[in-house]
Design a protein around this ligand. Sequence first.
Ligand code: ZN
Length: 146
Amino acid sequence: MTTARSRTAPATGQAANPASVANEPYMSPRQMAHFRQLLQSQRAELSEDIERTIQEIQQDATTFADPNDRATQESDIAVELRNRDRERKLIKKITETIARIDAEDFGYCDGCGNEIGLRRLEARPTATLCIECKTVAEIREKQMGG
Ligand SMILES: [Zn+2]
């Protein structure tokens, strides 16, 4: 049995971090595969989260008879629903990002076309803007009054 692992291991011995492979071109097939895997596991986690939230809400709904408890519970549910909405949007974004990886249109800023950078993508693989463009966009958003 041959080890597939030894083939991809870089001389530096830092295979775990995609940013640390020396002389590798930006968005190499290996990096693309890495980010796709990262996005897919994030999506799976979020889906499980949403599933669990729905079940919890359904279970809680029958638990409280006291009106005070119910008020607390209703605001809890409101928070949960907001979280779920945010998670749904993130799942959509993750799916779109995976599609961009498939189209080999991943890792470059939608604003200026520069590389977003491996470190930023590692922390936030759904990022579509480089840190400079993101900062400018956020300032603009604040000026518009959000
Ligand atoms: Zn940019």
